[in-house]
Structures are given as C-alpha cells and as structure tokens.
Ligand binder design. Sequence first.
Ligand code: SF4
Ligand code: SF4
Length: 345
Amino acid sequence: MEKNFALLRADRIEKILENLSQLTFEVTDACNLCCKYCGYGEYYDGYDKREDKLLSMEQAVAILEYMAEKWSSKYSSSHRKKTYISFYGGEPLMNMKLIKEIVTWISDKNISHCHFVFTMTTNAILLDKHINFLTEHDVKILVSLDGDILDVLYSIKKLGIENISILMYVKSDFNKELFDKVQNFLQSEEINHEYEFWVTDEKEFDEIETKTQDITPELVNIKPVFDGSNYAFFENNIYIDESDIQNIEVTKKNIFAHQALNTNDFGKLTITADGKVYANPHFPALGTVDDDIRLLVHKEMIAGTSWRRIRDIQPCCDCVYQWLCPSPSDYETVIGKPNLCHVMP
Ligand code: SF4
Ligand code: SF4
C-alpha cells in the first residue's frame, strides 16, 4: 500500500474527498413491502443477503466525521456545486431514527460553504408519520406511483405541509386512473413535483407520450429500464450513433476527464446497511466504514473498477470517438457490453 501511495500522493486523495459529490446511505435493508419485481427479490441476483439490518449512527459517523472536516476545508470547491446526501433501503423510513440523526448532525456542523441536498427514496407507507421532519429539513422525496400513494398525499396535505418536493417514479405498467388522480392532486395543491417514467419498450414509450400530453414537458423525465431481455429496445433507441456523438459539446475539460475518470461515478460513495463502502454498488465493496476512508479512495483510484472505468477496452480503445463519448454508465454494466453504440460492432 505504501508503494502505491507513492503513485498517488496523499494530498491528492484528500483533495478528492474534499470534493466528494454524493454520499448515499442504505440505512436499512429491511422493507415493509414485498414487491414482485424488487431489485432485491427473486428475479435478481448479485446483491448481499437481506437480513433486516439497520445501519447505526456510529457507523455513519465513522465516515461523516472525516468528511465534515474535508467539506469544511478552504480547498473544498463544494460551494460551487451541490453535495448530495441520499438515503435508500430496503425502506429507509424503517430506520428514520438514523436519517434524523444524520440530517441533524450535518446541519449542526454548519458547513456553510457546502450546499447539501438531502434526498430519500421511499415506498411512502410511513411517509405521513415523518413528513414534518423531512420537509423542515428540505429532504427531497423520491416515491413510486403505487398502492396507497394518493391516501398518503391526502394525509400529508391534511397536516398542512406546504414545502414538500416530490420526484415520482412511474413504472411502465402504471394505473392510469391513479396517475390522473395523483396528477390532479399535485397540480391543484401546487405541490412541487416531477415525474420519471420507466419504459422498457417502444409501446410503453408511445403510451407515455400520449398519456403525458397535458403535463408540462419540463416535469417529465423518461428513464429506459433494462429488464434482462429488451436488448432490441436498447439497440433501437438508446444506442448512440455518429450524429449523436457529433452533437456532444466538445470541451477540453470533458476530453481530459474522460481519459482519466468515469464522470458518472467519480466522487460518489455508497455505504450499505452492513457497513460496506462502495464506489458503485454494481462492483465489489472497497472495504467497510471501519477502514480509513483515505485508503478506500486510494484503493479505488489505483485498482478500482468504478471511478476509473473509462473507454480503454475494445472496441472503444480503437475508436476515433474514444474520449468524446460519455463515460461508461451502469447500462453498460448491467447489459454486459463495453459500448452501447452503432459505431463499432
Ligand atoms: S418497496 Fe422497494 S425495497 Fe421494498 S420490496 Fe418494494 S421495490 Fe423492494
Ligand atoms: S465504440 Fe465506444 S468510443 Fe466508439 S462510439 Fe462506440 S461507445 Fe463511443
């Protein structure tokens, strides 16, 4: 390890940490639902066994204590961009105690030049119980259009909550009647919201275009989802071609960045409920919260598979667009292909 430190100076590692852009906490792997297509369910593999674990404040602080010092550094440029603190699960509201502790701990540190944005992905079942704290601390809520969501929204409104901000995931097989009711409610109550529609094929894409004609386009985001078999949909709609590449804004900064770093993953760390630390949860853990975070980041920078995942393998390494193309994304990882383009086979 000492030898490797000679390759990447310790002050460089600290600089990276000063500018960490996202820290995600899986506060629990427990959930109060059992969705058929859950990413941790029977249809998927490659994740650690779910054991109803709860991350503790002690484990979170093991990382936060050091990060607070780095974010407070005069060399931190975090004031120029947002620093995301995200919570997910399982169902994160099943460990609301920890979410409260982390949000309060960070707020109390008064790291004035950092602009923290708190986000939480939830199934909303327990949302009305905790909404006061979440809105008081500007936690952005990412919720799926499912089940009792309308009742949850009614009960939140009854509590007189005003400044709630919602990003609503809408799965491809969504219930149109429920969607219309939710949309009317969000609009009439002037609740700050956006939608993210998940699509797996052209038919769903066309349906969503029709169903969302009355929604302000700025509120509509479309997310293609790989379901393990829809290769053709990705080939026809997601793969880039030469005209897409020629429309990419060419800047020296981007070209240099693409040669050294994965611009999707760099600067993001995830801590899971069992205390493991990941640069990207699709790849092996770097270590645990008990390790020195500088050594974990050093490990990722020297030998990691995420932050430095660049287009340096075939066919990209033989392609004229090697450093113009965006860094490899999770789509490439999940689909198992180094390039999602029509330029090289
Ligand atoms: S709410 Fe989310 S974590 Fe829970 S079972 Fe459903 S998809 Fe999985
Ligand atoms: S082969 Fe790789 S570098 Fe070339 S266009 Fe395709 S994705 Fe981009």
